[in-house]
Design a protein around this ligand. Structure first.
Ligand SMILES: [Zn+2]
Length: 226
């Protein structure tokens, strides 16, 4: 079964190269959805729907640097709400396993567990997500539902933490996380092992490459890529 990365982006020139580098070994296709959330005006002050920085050039640079990268499709979508955009991304991946990741996130660790999920029955998998002040302020790792079997019209319902399909509720992450004490796994969900996780780079959002991104590239550069 094919795994498709659904990458939600906007004005991501400082981060997208690194995010693409991180996710590429784990998936069979990358679909990039470039579109502003209508709730937020662009910081440039002009009214437009798609990235106004050098995001496109960074994607092209990634494609030049990494031979054998999975196919990358760059899709410009009109400005819409976050939930509308994320649901439009699901519709684009119909029939596949979808791995949802944003431009300011890095997939870290082993790519194989994503393939393992393909053999399971579960509708989705949790993956550990690390960011400063995580776990509702406790600093703990929180699991996020990010890997999905795209079937039965799976979609976000009103909020980014609640997913439903034609059979009803798939997961309410907020309710789940309240019930999950640190490090204790619950049943009925597939968990990717902690050797695979997502870390957030949102702090490094900016118009240029930054120290952390350069250090990351130096450690896992094209020559070490598999
Ligand atoms: Zn702009």
């Amino acid at each position: 079964m094919r795994i498709v990365a659904l990458m939600c982006i906007y004005n991501a020139q400082g981060l997208i190269y690194n995010s693409l580098t991180a996710v590429a070994p784990a998936v069979d296709e990358i679909r990039i959805y470039d579109g502003r959330y209508v709730e937020y005006p662009c910081t440039c002050g002009r009214d437009h729907d798609n990235s106004c920085d050098h995001t496109v050039e960074e994607v092209e640079q990634f494609e030049r640097d990494y031979d054998g990268h999975p196919p990358v499709t760059y899709i410009k979508v009109p400005a819409m709400s976050e939930i509308e955009k994320r649901n439009a991304m699901f519709r684009g991946a119909e029939g596949d396993l979808a791995f949802v990741i944003d431009d300011d996130e890095l997939l870290i660790g082993k790519p194989d567990p994503l393939r393992t999920f393909a053999e399971k029955e579960d509708k989705f998998a949790y993956i550990d997500f690390l960011f400063p002040d995580a776990g509702h302020g406790t600093g703990a790792v929180i699991p996020l539902a990010r890997l999905f079997r795209v079937q039965k019209n799976i979609r976000y319902e009103k909020a980014y933490f609640r997913l439903v399909d034609d059979d009803g509720l798939v997961v309410d992450m907020k309710a789940d996380n309240v019930r999950i004490p640190d490090g204790i796994r619950t049943r009925n969900r597939y968990y990717l092992p902690p050797t695979t996780f997502i870390t957030s780079l949102y702090k490094y959002r900016g118009r240029g490459r930054n120290e952390a991104a350069i250090a990351y590239n130096n450690r896992i550069g094209p020559r070490d890529w598999y």
